[in-house]
Ligand binder design. Structure first.
Ligand SMILES: [Mg+2]
Length: 365
């Protein structure tokens, strides 16, 4: 099986409610879709969302990198040579982690199809069922309480609460959410770089005095403030500290582990530039006894299911799941071998990503 061509398209799925964090507001999933064509009639699919505020990658830059550089470099390549194909994807451009992720997802889809295996079994196997949390956007407390209730009604038992807008308000709303939800769902806090070190310690100490530990605290300070993470980690908070925006690649993760700056690493394919480096990060963290969470951006079911396959295959290292992209959309236009059934993600045994149809994609010429 050889790659003979490619197509690019735009996937658009309106969200149920606007997605709001400390750094952005988004109303729809609007992702680039890559389809690699082969001489056997098989198709390999990849997907990448624009997250200019996080990765620096826009729709335009992802399309341009895939169209002009990455996808052309894969033409003529054997699908069986997964390591060689990943090397080409990673070496043909610097940065552009989202475009590279889409390309790696597509070549892994093809390699697993060629092997006749669902991607999770191609990656080593595992129990094909995961439980994901759901993100609650930052809003006024009443809206966040209502969103939490709605999530609990949908069956979610872990909620990721977006805060980081202002420390005083964040203490009040987190305490209110904890009082309402405690015992019914685990609460994860994501401040999306919105606090300083001092604010983080103030908020968490005040909060923990009222509530006890939360399940985790994600990226309270700016991505570059590794020393800040270290200071927070050594302050003895009850809540484990997780790196997200500070942990894009293996080099950054190794540094965080060496400095003992965090307790948990959030792996996202759009930060790691695809599966190959995500696997390396998961194995490195496992060896050093640091658990990982599998996360995603605002992604549809192509890339979110690739992340789910990876999380199943690396379940020894990836112990928490935040793959709620497809659940935030008003509908799921991707028929693949991952069923996103609210809190539960189940993978079937169709080969590769098992994509049989996708609608709501506008293919570009
Ligand atoms: Mg985050």
């Amino acid at each position: 099986m050889r790659i003979t061509g490619f197509r690019l398209g735009l996937l658009r799925i309106p969200l149920r409610t606007p997605f709001k964090t400390a750094i952005r507001t988004v109303t729809a999933i609007e992702d680039v879709v890559l389809c690699l064509e082969t001489d056997t009639g098989h198709f390999g699919y990849g997907e990448a969302p624009p997250t200019v505020a996080i990765t620096g990658d826009s729709l335009e830059s992802i399309l341009k990198a895939l169209h002009e550089v990455i996808a052309p470099a894969l033409i003529g390549r054997e699908c069986a040579d997964i390591d060689g194909n990943c090397r080409i994807i990673q070496s043909c451009a610097v940065k552009n982690t989202s475009a590279k992720a889409a390309a790696e997802i597509a070549v892994y889809d093809l390699a697993a199809q060629l092997a006749g295996l669902p991607l999770y079994r191609f990656l080593g196997g595992g129990t094909p069922e995961l439980a994901t949390d759901l993100t609650i956007s930052v809003n006024d407390t009443a809206t966040m309480l209502a969103d939490c209730e709605a999530a609990l009604q949908r069956g979610f038992t872990a909620l990721k609460i977006k805060v980081g807008k202002s420390p005083e308000t964040d203490i009040a709303r987190l305490a209110a959410l904890h009082a309402r939800v405690n015992g019914r769902a685990r609460l994860r806090i994501d401040a999306n770089q919105g606090w300083t070190v001092e604010q983080t310690l103030q908020v968490m100490q005040a909060l923990e005095a009222q509530t006890g530990a939360f399940e985790l605290l994600e990226q309270p300070v700016p991505a570059s403030d590794i020393q800040g993470l270290q200071t927070i980690k050594s302050a003895g908070l009850l809540t484990p500290l997780m790196a997200d925006e500070s942990a894009f690649n293996l080099e950054q993760v190794e540094r965080l582990l060496a400095l003992k700056a965090v307790d948990i690493i959030n792996i996202k394919l759009m930060k790691t530039a695809g599966l190959s480096q995500a696997i390396a990060i998961a194995e490195t963290c496992y060896k050093q006894g640091t658990p990982c969470l599998m996360g995603c951006m605002l992604e549809g079911a192509i890339s979110a299911s690739a992340a789910a396959h990876l999380a199943v295959a690396k379940a020894h290292a990836i112990t928490m799941i935040d793959l709620d992209g497809p659940s935030l959309g008003q509908f799921n236009p991707i028929d693949c071998n991952a069923v996103f059934d609210e809190a539960v993600i189940r993978l079937s045994d169709r080969a590769g990503l098992g994509i049989t149809s996708l609608t709501h994609v506008t293919w570009l010429d």
